[in-house]
Design a binder for this molecule. Sequence first.
Ligand code: 2BA
Length: 111
Amino acid sequence: MKLVIAIIRDRDAGSAVDGLVERGIGVTRLASTGGFLKDGNTTLLVGAREEQVEEVMDILRERCSRRTEVDIVAPHSTGGVPVWHLGYTPIHAEVGGATVFVVDVDQFRKL
Ligand code: 2BA
């Protein structure tokens, strides 16, 4: 048994969850926030048999939009300085696709 932890864009989450559920693969959807952009994203927890992992990857590949580059202007840390001194920093980042961790599951039980 494996646990696939996939961090994806919010806009791709519905389609990815539907793709997994349609194939009978269990999934839990969590609201998360990226540390760099400090923007909302979605984390999927997918418990899968070892032989299902590539199927999960295929669904994520198919359902999560391709990576694109974005330029945004984000508030930078105030480092304790009062908020009216908040500065803004231009950030260039690649977004989209999926960041995926696959970990071994020691036990999977439903009690
Ligand atoms: P964020 O941390 O908000 O990062 C969003 C995107 O910003 C990243 O996309 C990457 O293209 C860029 N980025 C992140 N850190 C950077 C840095 N120090 N310098 C320059 N650019 C940087 P992804 O790599 O696809 O990551 C998407 C989201 O996946 C991340 O959102 C974070 O929530 C998660 N993530 C990525 N790598 C992770 C890791 N090693 N451990 C845990 N979560 C991770």
